[in-house]
Design a protein around this ligand. Sequence first.
Ligand code: TEU
Ligand code: CA
Length: 555
Amino acid sequence: MKKQWWHDKVAYQIYPKSFYDTNGDGIGDLRGVISKLDYLKDLGIDIIWLSPIYPSPFADQGYDISDYYNIDPRFGTMHDLEELIAEAKKRNISILLDLVVNHCSDEHEWFQKALKNPTGEYGRYFYIREGKDGKEPSNIRSYFGGSAWEQIGDTNLYYLHLFHKKQPDLNWENPVVRKEIYDMINWWLEKGIAGFRIDAIMNIKKALPFHDYEADREDGLADCRAMLNENDGVMEFLKEMRDSTFRRYHAFTVGEVFNEKKGDLSEFIGEDGCFSSIFDFSQTVFGASEKGWYDNQPVTPDDYRQCCFNSQKRAEGIGFLSNIIENHDEPRGVSRYIPEGECSDEAKKMLATLYFLLQGIPFIYQGQEIGMENVPFDSIDQYDDVSTLEEYRVAQLNGLTNEQALEAVRRYSRDNARVPFQWDSSENAGFTKGTPWLLVSPDYPANNLKRQFTDPDSVFHYYKKLIALRKSEEYKDTFIYGQFIPAYTDEERVMAYYRIGEDQRILIIGNFKMAEQEIKLEQPYRKVLLHNYETVSGNGTSLLLKGYEVVVLEL
Ligand code: TEU
Ligand code: CA
Protein backbone atom coordinates (compact mmCIF):
# COMPACT_ATOMS: atom_id res chain seq x y z
CA MET A 1 0.00 0.00 0.00
CA LYS A 2 1.35 3.40 -0.95
CA LYS A 3 2.21 5.35 2.19
CA GLN A 4 0.29 8.56 2.87
CA TRP A 5 0.94 11.33 5.38
CA TRP A 6 -2.21 10.54 7.37
CA HIS A 7 -1.61 6.83 7.85
CA ASP A 8 0.24 7.16 11.14
CA LYS A 9 -1.95 9.88 12.63
CA VAL A 10 -4.26 9.89 15.61
CA ALA A 11 -7.34 12.09 15.26
CA TYR A 12 -9.61 13.79 17.78
CA GLN A 13 -13.12 15.07 17.20
CA ILE A 14 -14.14 18.30 18.89
CA TYR A 15 -17.77 19.25 19.24
CA PRO A 16 -17.01 22.94 19.76
CA LYS A 17 -20.28 23.85 21.43
CA SER A 18 -19.49 21.54 24.34
CA PHE A 19 -15.70 21.62 24.53
CA TYR A 20 -14.64 24.73 26.46
CA ASP A 21 -16.31 28.12 26.94
CA THR A 22 -14.02 31.12 27.42
CA ASN A 23 -16.51 34.00 27.59
CA GLY A 24 -19.18 32.69 29.93
CA ASP A 25 -22.07 32.51 27.49
CA GLY A 26 -22.49 28.79 28.17
CA ILE A 27 -21.33 27.79 24.68
CA GLY A 28 -17.92 26.40 23.87
CA ASP A 29 -15.90 28.48 21.42
CA LEU A 30 -12.81 28.59 19.20
CA ARG A 31 -10.74 30.38 21.84
CA GLY A 32 -11.63 27.46 24.07
CA VAL A 33 -10.16 25.08 21.51
CA ILE A 34 -7.01 27.22 21.17
CA SER A 35 -6.54 27.20 24.94
CA LYS A 36 -6.62 23.38 24.98
CA LEU A 37 -4.19 22.74 22.14
CA ASP A 38 -1.36 22.00 24.53
CA TYR A 39 -3.56 19.49 26.29
CA LEU A 40 -4.29 17.73 22.99
CA LYS A 41 -0.66 17.83 21.94
CA ASP A 42 0.35 16.25 25.23
CA LEU A 43 -2.26 13.53 24.72
CA GLY A 44 -0.64 12.71 21.36
CA ILE A 45 -3.19 14.08 18.89
CA ASP A 46 -2.13 14.88 15.31
CA ILE A 47 -5.42 15.78 13.64
CA ILE A 48 -8.41 17.67 15.01
CA TRP A 49 -11.83 17.45 13.34
CA LEU A 50 -14.04 20.36 14.32
CA SER A 51 -17.78 19.81 14.04
CA PRO A 52 -19.40 22.78 12.20
CA ILE A 53 -18.43 26.28 13.31
CA TYR A 54 -20.13 28.22 10.49
CA PRO A 55 -23.04 30.65 10.96
CA SER A 56 -26.15 28.62 11.62
CA PRO A 57 -29.64 28.87 13.13
CA PHE A 58 -28.72 25.66 14.99
CA ALA A 59 -31.84 23.72 14.04
CA ASP A 60 -29.46 20.75 13.86
CA GLN A 61 -26.58 22.09 15.93
CA GLY A 62 -24.64 23.76 13.14
CA TYR A 63 -25.24 21.06 10.54
CA ASP A 64 -27.61 23.63 9.01
CA ILE A 65 -25.23 26.21 7.55
CA SER A 66 -26.43 29.67 6.55
CA ASP A 67 -23.04 30.97 5.34
CA TYR A 68 -20.20 28.72 4.22
CA TYR A 69 -17.60 31.49 4.34
CA ASN A 70 -17.92 32.68 7.92
CA ILE A 71 -17.76 31.72 11.57
CA ASP A 72 -20.80 31.79 13.81
CA PRO A 73 -20.33 34.64 16.31
CA ARG A 74 -21.15 32.23 19.13
CA PHE A 75 -17.96 30.37 18.26
CA GLY A 76 -15.82 33.45 17.62
CA THR A 77 -14.42 35.16 14.55
CA MET A 78 -12.55 34.24 11.39
CA HIS A 79 -9.49 35.64 13.11
CA ASP A 80 -9.92 33.12 15.92
CA LEU A 81 -10.08 30.30 13.41
CA GLU A 82 -6.96 31.54 11.62
CA GLU A 83 -5.20 31.71 14.95
CA LEU A 84 -6.35 28.18 15.74
CA ILE A 85 -4.97 26.89 12.43
CA ALA A 86 -1.66 28.67 13.01
CA GLU A 87 -1.30 27.60 16.65
CA ALA A 88 -2.18 24.04 15.74
CA LYS A 89 0.40 24.08 12.96
CA LYS A 90 3.09 25.18 15.44
CA ARG A 91 2.32 22.02 17.37
CA ASN A 92 2.22 19.84 14.26
CA ILE A 93 -1.51 19.42 14.52
CA SER A 94 -3.72 19.54 11.41
CA ILE A 95 -7.23 20.93 11.39
CA LEU A 96 -10.17 19.35 9.58
CA LEU A 97 -13.43 21.21 9.13
CA ASP A 98 -16.82 19.60 8.70
CA LEU A 99 -18.02 19.76 5.11
CA VAL A 100 -21.81 19.82 5.10
CA VAL A 101 -22.92 20.04 1.49
CA ASN A 102 -25.82 17.66 1.13
CA HIS A 103 -27.94 20.52 2.43
CA CYS A 104 -27.64 24.05 3.75
CA SER A 105 -29.87 26.05 6.07
CA ASP A 106 -33.22 27.43 4.93
CA GLU A 107 -31.78 30.74 6.11
CA HIS A 108 -28.95 30.55 3.59
CA GLU A 109 -29.15 33.31 0.99
CA TRP A 110 -29.55 30.72 -1.79
CA PHE A 111 -32.66 29.29 -0.23
CA GLN A 112 -34.11 32.69 0.59
CA LYS A 113 -33.75 33.61 -3.09
CA ALA A 114 -35.25 30.29 -4.12
CA LEU A 115 -38.32 30.95 -1.99
CA LYS A 116 -38.85 34.30 -3.73
CA ASN A 117 -38.69 32.68 -7.15
CA PRO A 118 -38.96 28.89 -6.92
CA THR A 119 -38.76 28.36 -10.67
CA GLY A 120 -35.84 30.76 -11.13
CA GLU A 121 -32.06 30.41 -10.98
CA TYR A 122 -31.89 29.74 -7.24
CA GLY A 123 -34.91 27.47 -7.28
CA ARG A 124 -32.68 25.15 -9.31
CA TYR A 125 -30.19 25.07 -6.40
CA PHE A 126 -32.67 22.86 -4.56
CA TYR A 127 -35.13 20.07 -5.28
CA ILE A 128 -38.43 21.85 -5.73
CA ARG A 129 -41.33 19.85 -7.15
CA GLU A 130 -45.07 20.13 -7.61
CA GLY A 131 -47.36 18.30 -5.23
CA LYS A 132 -49.42 15.31 -6.38
CA ASP A 133 -53.19 15.67 -5.88
CA GLY A 134 -52.67 18.14 -3.08
CA LYS A 135 -50.06 15.90 -1.42
CA GLU A 136 -46.27 15.73 -1.26
CA PRO A 137 -44.43 14.85 -4.52
CA SER A 138 -43.42 11.46 -3.04
CA ASN A 139 -43.87 9.54 0.18
CA ILE A 140 -40.32 9.47 1.52
CA ARG A 141 -39.70 10.08 5.22
CA SER A 142 -36.94 12.36 6.45
CA TYR A 143 -34.28 11.04 8.86
CA PHE A 144 -35.72 13.22 11.59
CA GLY A 145 -39.31 12.06 11.02
CA GLY A 146 -42.28 13.19 8.96
CA SER A 147 -42.35 13.79 5.21
CA ALA A 148 -39.07 14.77 3.53
CA TRP A 149 -41.08 17.35 1.58
CA GLU A 150 -42.11 20.75 2.92
CA GLN A 151 -44.73 22.89 1.26
CA ILE A 152 -43.65 26.35 0.13
CA GLY A 153 -46.19 28.79 1.55
CA ASP A 154 -49.62 28.06 0.12
CA THR A 155 -48.28 27.13 -3.32
CA ASN A 156 -48.46 23.64 -4.77
CA LEU A 157 -44.67 23.52 -4.58
CA TYR A 158 -42.59 21.53 -2.12
CA TYR A 159 -38.86 21.40 -1.38
CA LEU A 160 -36.91 18.31 -0.37
CA HIS A 161 -35.17 17.96 2.99
CA LEU A 162 -33.82 14.54 3.92
CA PHE A 163 -32.97 15.88 7.37
CA HIS A 164 -34.74 18.73 9.24
CA LYS A 165 -37.12 21.01 7.35
CA LYS A 166 -34.62 23.78 8.03
CA GLN A 167 -32.04 21.78 6.03
CA PRO A 168 -33.11 21.93 2.36
CA ASP A 169 -31.16 19.50 0.14
CA LEU A 170 -28.84 21.08 -2.41
CA ASN A 171 -29.36 20.01 -6.00
CA TRP A 172 -26.12 18.29 -6.96
CA GLU A 173 -27.47 17.63 -10.46
CA ASN A 174 -27.04 21.35 -11.12
CA PRO A 175 -23.43 22.03 -12.24
CA VAL A 176 -23.65 25.60 -10.94
CA VAL A 177 -24.27 24.27 -7.43
CA ARG A 178 -21.36 21.86 -7.70
CA LYS A 179 -19.08 24.68 -8.80
CA GLU A 180 -20.20 26.84 -5.85
CA ILE A 181 -19.34 23.95 -3.52
CA TYR A 182 -15.93 23.24 -5.06
CA ASP A 183 -14.97 26.91 -4.95
CA MET A 184 -15.89 27.04 -1.29
CA ILE A 185 -13.86 23.89 -0.51
CA ASN A 186 -10.81 25.34 -2.24
CA TRP A 187 -11.21 28.63 -0.41
CA TRP A 188 -10.95 26.80 2.90
CA LEU A 189 -8.05 24.62 1.77
CA GLU A 190 -6.23 27.81 0.76
CA LYS A 191 -6.63 28.98 4.35
CA GLY A 192 -4.43 26.13 5.47
CA ILE A 193 -6.78 23.51 6.80
CA ALA A 194 -5.63 19.94 6.15
CA GLY A 195 -8.92 18.59 4.91
CA PHE A 196 -12.47 17.72 5.85
CA ARG A 197 -14.76 15.27 7.50
CA ILE A 198 -17.52 14.97 4.95
CA ASP A 199 -21.05 14.96 6.26
CA ALA A 200 -23.91 12.74 5.11
CA ILE A 201 -22.33 12.55 1.68
CA MET A 202 -24.13 9.45 0.39
CA ASN A 203 -27.33 11.45 0.36
CA ILE A 204 -26.27 13.78 -2.46
CA LYS A 205 -27.44 11.47 -5.24
CA LYS A 206 -31.21 11.14 -5.51
CA ALA A 207 -33.12 8.59 -7.57
CA LEU A 208 -34.93 10.71 -10.14
CA PRO A 209 -37.67 11.25 -11.03
CA PHE A 210 -39.06 11.18 -7.50
CA HIS A 211 -41.73 8.56 -6.94
CA ASP A 212 -43.49 6.66 -4.18
CA TYR A 213 -42.14 3.63 -2.34
CA GLU A 214 -43.86 0.92 -0.37
CA ALA A 215 -44.78 2.39 3.02
CA ASP A 216 -42.84 0.86 5.92
CA ARG A 217 -44.70 2.38 8.86
CA GLU A 218 -48.25 3.35 9.65
CA ASP A 219 -47.59 6.95 8.62
CA GLY A 220 -47.74 5.76 4.99
CA LEU A 221 -44.17 6.91 4.37
CA ALA A 222 -41.05 5.03 3.33
CA ASP A 223 -37.57 5.48 4.77
CA CYS A 224 -35.66 7.84 2.46
CA ARG A 225 -32.96 5.19 2.22
CA ALA A 226 -35.33 3.25 -0.06
CA MET A 227 -34.89 6.11 -2.52
CA LEU A 228 -31.14 6.41 -1.96
CA ASN A 229 -30.55 2.69 -2.42
CA GLU A 230 -32.21 2.85 -5.80
CA ASN A 231 -29.76 5.26 -7.37
CA ASP A 232 -26.35 4.84 -8.90
CA GLY A 233 -23.89 7.46 -9.84
CA VAL A 234 -22.87 9.08 -6.57
CA MET A 235 -19.27 8.18 -7.41
CA GLU A 236 -19.26 10.48 -10.44
CA PHE A 237 -19.98 13.44 -8.18
CA LEU A 238 -17.47 12.31 -5.59
CA LYS A 239 -14.65 11.90 -8.10
CA GLU A 240 -15.40 15.22 -9.70
CA MET A 241 -15.28 16.84 -6.27
CA ARG A 242 -11.98 15.12 -5.44
CA ASP A 243 -10.37 16.19 -8.70
CA SER A 244 -11.62 19.77 -8.43
CA THR A 245 -10.53 20.19 -4.81
CA PHE A 246 -8.91 17.75 -2.35
CA ARG A 247 -6.49 16.13 -4.75
CA ARG A 248 -4.90 19.46 -5.62
CA TYR A 249 -4.03 20.05 -1.98
CA HIS A 250 -3.14 16.53 -0.91
CA ALA A 251 -5.90 16.96 1.64
CA PHE A 252 -7.05 14.34 4.10
CA THR A 253 -10.73 13.53 3.77
CA VAL A 254 -12.86 11.20 5.82
CA GLY A 255 -16.31 10.47 4.52
CA GLU A 256 -19.40 9.79 6.56
CA VAL A 257 -20.39 6.86 4.38
CA PHE A 258 -23.02 4.45 5.64
CA ASN A 259 -24.25 2.38 2.79
CA GLU A 260 -21.57 1.84 0.21
CA LYS A 261 -22.42 -1.10 -1.95
CA LYS A 262 -20.53 -4.39 -1.74
CA GLY A 263 -17.26 -4.25 -3.60
CA ASP A 264 -17.26 -0.46 -3.76
CA LEU A 265 -14.81 0.09 -0.97
CA SER A 266 -11.79 0.56 -3.21
CA GLU A 267 -13.61 3.31 -5.06
CA PHE A 268 -13.96 5.09 -1.74
CA ILE A 269 -10.64 4.50 0.00
CA GLY A 270 -8.42 2.68 -2.45
CA GLU A 271 -5.34 4.33 -3.90
CA ASP A 272 -7.46 6.10 -6.47
CA GLY A 273 -10.47 6.43 -4.19
CA CYS A 274 -12.60 9.52 -3.79
CA PHE A 275 -11.68 9.94 -0.09
CA SER A 276 -8.63 9.25 2.04
CA SER A 277 -10.75 7.24 4.46
CA ILE A 278 -14.32 6.56 5.55
CA PHE A 279 -15.61 5.80 9.03
CA ASP A 280 -16.29 2.24 9.98
CA PHE A 281 -19.87 2.35 11.24
CA SER A 282 -20.43 -1.40 11.30
CA GLN A 283 -20.76 -1.48 15.11
CA THR A 284 -22.95 1.60 15.34
CA VAL A 285 -25.50 0.31 12.83
CA PHE A 286 -25.48 -3.23 14.23
CA GLY A 287 -28.82 -4.07 15.80
CA ALA A 288 -30.48 -0.89 14.53
CA SER A 289 -34.16 -1.44 13.89
CA GLU A 290 -36.09 0.06 11.02
CA LYS A 291 -38.91 0.72 13.47
CA GLY A 292 -36.90 3.14 15.61
CA TRP A 293 -34.52 3.28 18.56
CA TYR A 294 -37.05 1.70 20.90
CA ASP A 295 -36.71 -1.55 18.93
CA ASN A 296 -32.89 -1.62 18.59
CA GLN A 297 -31.02 -4.72 19.70
CA PRO A 298 -28.00 -4.30 21.97
CA VAL A 299 -24.55 -5.18 20.62
CA THR A 300 -23.03 -8.13 22.53
CA PRO A 301 -19.25 -8.45 22.96
CA ASP A 302 -19.17 -11.20 20.33
CA ASP A 303 -21.20 -9.07 17.89
CA TYR A 304 -18.80 -6.22 18.50
CA ARG A 305 -15.82 -8.44 17.73
CA GLN A 306 -17.50 -9.76 14.59
CA CYS A 307 -18.22 -6.25 13.31
CA CYS A 308 -14.63 -5.12 13.84
CA PHE A 309 -13.16 -8.23 12.26
CA ASN A 310 -15.46 -8.11 9.23
CA SER A 311 -14.45 -4.51 8.60
CA GLN A 312 -10.77 -5.33 8.92
CA LYS A 313 -11.17 -8.05 6.33
CA ARG A 314 -13.21 -5.83 4.06
CA ALA A 315 -10.55 -3.12 4.02
CA GLU A 316 -7.52 -5.43 3.93
CA GLY A 317 -5.15 -4.45 1.15
CA ILE A 318 -7.54 -1.73 -0.02
CA GLY A 319 -7.19 1.23 2.29
CA PHE A 320 -7.63 2.72 5.75
CA LEU A 321 -10.94 2.87 7.56
CA SER A 322 -11.32 5.38 10.37
CA ASN A 323 -12.10 3.61 13.62
CA ILE A 324 -14.34 5.03 16.34
CA ILE A 325 -16.29 3.89 19.37
CA GLU A 326 -18.47 7.02 19.40
CA ASN A 327 -19.07 10.45 17.89
CA HIS A 328 -21.50 13.35 18.27
CA ASP A 329 -24.32 11.25 16.74
CA GLU A 330 -23.92 8.24 18.97
CA PRO A 331 -24.17 7.30 22.62
CA ARG A 332 -20.90 6.85 24.50
CA GLY A 333 -18.98 3.77 23.35
CA VAL A 334 -18.25 2.55 26.88
CA SER A 335 -21.97 2.61 27.73
CA ARG A 336 -22.91 0.87 24.53
CA TYR A 337 -20.34 -1.87 23.96
CA ILE A 338 -19.61 -2.83 27.56
CA PRO A 339 -22.63 -4.75 28.88
CA GLU A 340 -24.70 -2.99 31.52
CA GLY A 341 -23.33 -3.16 35.04
CA GLU A 342 -19.81 -4.05 33.88
CA CYS A 343 -18.48 -0.63 32.94
CA SER A 344 -15.33 -0.25 35.06
CA ASP A 345 -12.11 1.63 34.33
CA GLU A 346 -10.53 -1.69 33.34
CA ALA A 347 -13.33 -2.33 30.85
CA LYS A 348 -12.97 1.18 29.38
CA LYS A 349 -9.24 0.64 28.91
CA MET A 350 -9.87 -2.72 27.31
CA LEU A 351 -12.34 -1.33 24.79
CA ALA A 352 -9.94 1.51 24.02
CA THR A 353 -7.09 -0.89 23.30
CA LEU A 354 -9.12 -3.27 21.18
CA TYR A 355 -10.39 -0.68 18.72
CA PHE A 356 -7.30 1.52 18.75
CA LEU A 357 -4.82 -1.08 17.55
CA LEU A 358 -6.91 -2.29 14.63
CA GLN A 359 -5.66 -1.24 11.23
CA GLY A 360 -6.94 2.20 10.30
CA ILE A 361 -6.97 5.72 11.61
CA PRO A 362 -8.13 5.93 15.22
CA PHE A 363 -10.45 8.81 16.08
CA ILE A 364 -11.11 9.80 19.68
CA TYR A 365 -14.25 11.79 20.43
CA GLN A 366 -13.92 14.50 23.08
CA GLY A 367 -14.36 13.08 26.58
CA GLN A 368 -13.72 9.52 25.44
CA GLU A 369 -10.17 9.83 26.76
CA ILE A 370 -11.51 10.29 30.29
CA GLY A 371 -14.09 7.53 29.85
CA MET A 372 -17.20 9.73 29.80
CA GLU A 373 -20.38 7.65 29.98
CA ASN A 374 -23.99 8.07 28.89
CA VAL A 375 -25.95 10.67 30.84
CA PRO A 376 -28.86 9.79 33.16
CA PHE A 377 -31.26 12.37 31.73
CA ASP A 378 -34.38 12.18 33.87
CA SER A 379 -36.90 13.96 31.69
CA ILE A 380 -37.51 14.33 27.98
CA ASP A 381 -37.45 18.12 28.47
CA GLN A 382 -33.73 17.97 29.21
CA TYR A 383 -32.96 16.88 25.65
CA ASP A 384 -32.14 19.30 22.87
CA ASP A 385 -31.43 16.93 19.96
CA VAL A 386 -34.12 16.80 17.23
CA SER A 387 -33.66 13.11 16.54
CA THR A 388 -34.04 12.24 20.24
CA LEU A 389 -37.35 14.10 20.42
CA GLU A 390 -38.58 12.34 17.29
CA GLU A 391 -37.52 8.87 18.50
CA TYR A 392 -39.31 9.51 21.80
CA ARG A 393 -42.49 10.30 19.89
CA VAL A 394 -42.11 7.18 17.72
CA ALA A 395 -41.65 5.03 20.82
CA GLN A 396 -44.81 6.49 22.38
CA LEU A 397 -46.71 6.01 19.15
CA ASN A 398 -45.81 2.34 19.29
CA GLY A 399 -47.34 1.86 22.69
CA LEU A 400 -44.43 2.45 25.04
CA THR A 401 -45.19 4.31 28.26
CA ASN A 402 -43.44 7.64 28.81
CA GLU A 403 -40.99 5.97 31.17
CA GLN A 404 -40.21 3.20 28.65
CA ALA A 405 -39.84 5.71 25.84
CA LEU A 406 -37.44 7.75 27.93
CA GLU A 407 -35.50 4.61 28.75
CA ALA A 408 -35.18 3.86 25.03
CA VAL A 409 -33.93 7.30 24.02
CA ARG A 410 -31.60 7.42 27.01
CA ARG A 411 -29.64 4.55 25.48
CA TYR A 412 -29.23 6.06 22.04
CA SER A 413 -29.63 9.83 22.31
CA ARG A 414 -27.07 11.93 20.51
CA ASP A 415 -27.08 14.23 23.55
CA ASN A 416 -25.24 11.55 25.54
CA ALA A 417 -22.13 12.64 23.68
CA ARG A 418 -23.05 16.31 23.37
CA VAL A 419 -23.02 17.31 27.05
CA PRO A 420 -20.08 19.50 28.14
CA PHE A 421 -16.58 18.12 28.54
CA GLN A 422 -15.74 17.45 32.17
CA TRP A 423 -12.57 19.43 32.90
CA ASP A 424 -12.62 19.55 36.69
CA SER A 425 -14.87 19.31 39.74
CA SER A 426 -15.77 23.01 39.94
CA GLU A 427 -19.26 24.18 39.03
CA ASN A 428 -20.41 23.03 35.54
CA ALA A 429 -17.41 20.71 35.38
CA GLY A 430 -15.23 23.74 34.66
CA PHE A 431 -16.75 23.97 31.19
CA THR A 432 -18.28 27.44 31.63
CA LYS A 433 -18.64 30.24 34.17
CA GLY A 434 -22.13 30.87 32.81
CA THR A 435 -25.12 28.60 32.29
CA PRO A 436 -24.22 25.61 30.10
CA TRP A 437 -26.37 25.29 26.96
CA LEU A 438 -26.98 21.62 27.72
CA LEU A 439 -27.05 19.75 31.02
CA VAL A 440 -23.71 18.78 32.54
CA SER A 441 -23.56 15.10 33.38
CA PRO A 442 -24.00 14.65 37.16
CA ASP A 443 -21.01 12.30 37.41
CA TYR A 444 -18.50 15.12 36.85
CA PRO A 445 -17.37 15.55 40.50
CA ALA A 446 -16.07 11.98 40.40
CA ASN A 447 -15.05 11.84 36.75
CA ASN A 448 -13.16 14.77 35.30
CA LEU A 449 -9.85 15.42 33.62
CA LYS A 450 -8.19 17.20 36.54
CA ARG A 451 -8.79 14.26 38.80
CA GLN A 452 -7.58 11.77 36.21
CA PHE A 453 -4.51 13.84 35.56
CA THR A 454 -3.28 13.27 39.11
CA ASP A 455 -4.03 9.54 39.02
CA PRO A 456 -1.43 7.59 37.05
CA ASP A 457 -3.86 4.65 36.74
CA SER A 458 -6.63 6.71 35.19
CA VAL A 459 -8.31 6.07 31.86
CA PHE A 460 -6.73 9.30 30.65
CA HIS A 461 -3.17 8.19 31.38
CA TYR A 462 -3.95 4.86 29.79
CA TYR A 463 -5.04 6.59 26.58
CA LYS A 464 -1.76 8.51 26.60
CA LYS A 465 0.19 5.28 26.83
CA LEU A 466 -1.93 3.66 24.16
CA ILE A 467 -1.35 6.54 21.75
CA ALA A 468 2.35 6.59 22.55
CA LEU A 469 2.61 2.86 21.90
CA ARG A 470 0.87 3.12 18.55
CA LYS A 471 3.19 5.94 17.55
CA SER A 472 6.41 4.55 19.03
CA GLU A 473 9.31 4.29 16.61
CA GLU A 474 9.78 0.66 17.53
CA TYR A 475 6.25 -0.59 16.87
CA LYS A 476 4.49 1.95 14.69
CA ASP A 477 5.14 0.15 11.44
CA THR A 478 3.49 -2.99 12.74
CA PHE A 479 0.48 -1.14 14.14
CA ILE A 480 0.03 0.90 11.00
CA TYR A 481 0.90 -1.47 8.17
CA GLY A 482 1.13 -4.85 9.86
CA GLN A 483 -1.18 -7.63 8.81
CA PHE A 484 -4.32 -8.19 10.88
CA ILE A 485 -5.15 -11.76 11.86
CA PRO A 486 -8.06 -12.70 14.14
CA ALA A 487 -7.17 -14.92 17.09
CA TYR A 488 -9.07 -17.15 19.54
CA THR A 489 -12.36 -16.61 17.72
CA ASP A 490 -13.74 -19.84 19.20
CA GLU A 491 -13.59 -18.36 22.69
CA GLU A 492 -16.76 -16.57 23.72
CA ARG A 493 -16.36 -13.00 24.85
CA VAL A 494 -12.67 -12.87 24.05
CA MET A 495 -11.55 -10.37 21.45
CA ALA A 496 -8.05 -10.99 20.18
CA TYR A 497 -5.97 -10.40 17.11
CA TYR A 498 -2.42 -10.41 15.88
CA ARG A 499 -0.70 -7.54 14.14
CA ILE A 500 2.19 -8.92 12.18
CA GLY A 501 5.04 -6.79 10.94
CA GLU A 502 8.27 -7.56 9.12
CA ASP A 503 9.85 -9.19 12.13
CA GLN A 504 7.34 -8.51 14.84
CA ARG A 505 4.35 -10.47 16.02
CA ILE A 506 2.04 -8.66 18.41
CA LEU A 507 -0.97 -10.16 20.15
CA ILE A 508 -3.74 -7.89 21.40
CA ILE A 509 -6.10 -9.80 23.64
CA GLY A 510 -9.02 -8.67 25.77
CA ASN A 511 -11.27 -10.68 28.08
CA PHE A 512 -14.66 -9.12 27.37
CA LYS A 513 -16.38 -10.34 30.58
CA MET A 514 -16.17 -10.39 34.38
CA ALA A 515 -15.18 -14.07 34.66
CA GLU A 516 -11.56 -15.24 34.35
CA GLN A 517 -10.41 -16.76 31.11
CA GLU A 518 -7.51 -19.07 30.41
CA ILE A 519 -5.73 -18.72 27.07
CA LYS A 520 -3.05 -21.01 25.64
CA LEU A 521 -0.40 -18.99 23.89
CA GLU A 522 0.94 -20.24 20.59
CA GLN A 523 4.43 -19.27 21.74
CA PRO A 524 5.85 -17.62 24.86
CA TYR A 525 5.75 -13.84 24.86
CA ARG A 526 8.84 -11.66 24.95
CA LYS A 527 7.46 -8.44 26.29
CA VAL A 528 4.32 -6.82 27.69
CA LEU A 529 3.77 -3.64 25.67
CA LEU A 530 0.61 -2.44 27.40
CA HIS A 531 -1.62 -3.73 30.15
CA ASN A 532 -4.60 -2.58 32.22
CA TYR A 533 -3.72 -4.56 35.35
CA GLU A 534 -0.52 -4.59 37.36
CA THR A 535 0.53 -8.15 36.70
CA VAL A 536 0.05 -10.69 33.95
CA SER A 537 -0.98 -14.06 35.41
CA GLY A 538 -0.23 -17.45 33.93
CA ASN A 539 2.87 -19.45 33.12
CA GLY A 540 5.05 -18.97 30.08
CA THR A 541 2.68 -20.80 27.75
CA SER A 542 -0.70 -19.66 28.97
CA LEU A 543 -2.42 -16.56 30.28
CA LEU A 544 -4.98 -16.35 33.03
CA LEU A 545 -6.93 -13.24 32.14
CA LYS A 546 -8.90 -11.47 34.85
CA GLY A 547 -12.26 -9.81 34.15
CA TYR A 548 -11.88 -7.16 31.43
CA GLU A 549 -8.15 -7.62 31.35
CA VAL A 550 -6.46 -6.54 28.16
CA VAL A 551 -2.84 -7.10 27.31
CA VAL A 552 -0.67 -6.25 24.33
CA LEU A 553 2.14 -8.75 23.98
CA GLU A 554 5.12 -8.96 21.71
CA LEU A 555 5.52 -12.65 20.96
O1 TEU B 1 -25.31 12.55 10.15
C1 TEU B 1 -25.83 11.82 9.08
C2 TEU B 1 -26.62 10.69 9.40
O2 TEU B 1 -26.70 9.87 8.50
C3 TEU B 1 -27.67 10.55 10.48
O3 TEU B 1 -28.30 9.34 10.19
C4 TEU B 1 -27.30 10.49 11.89
O4 TEU B 1 -26.50 9.38 12.14
C5 TEU B 1 -28.59 10.40 12.66
O5 TEU B 1 -29.22 11.63 12.54
C6 TEU B 1 -28.45 10.08 14.09
O6 TEU B 1 -29.69 10.19 14.75
C7 TEU B 1 -24.73 13.77 9.84
C8 TEU B 1 -24.24 14.49 11.08
O7 TEU B 1 -23.21 13.76 11.67
C9 TEU B 1 -25.40 14.73 12.00
O8 TEU B 1 -25.00 15.33 13.21
C10 TEU B 1 -26.36 15.62 11.27
O9 TEU B 1 -27.54 15.75 12.03
C11 TEU B 1 -26.71 15.10 9.88
O10 TEU B 1 -25.60 14.63 9.15
C12 TEU B 1 -27.31 16.20 9.05
O11 TEU B 1 -26.31 17.12 8.68
CA1 CA C 1 -18.51 30.95 24.57
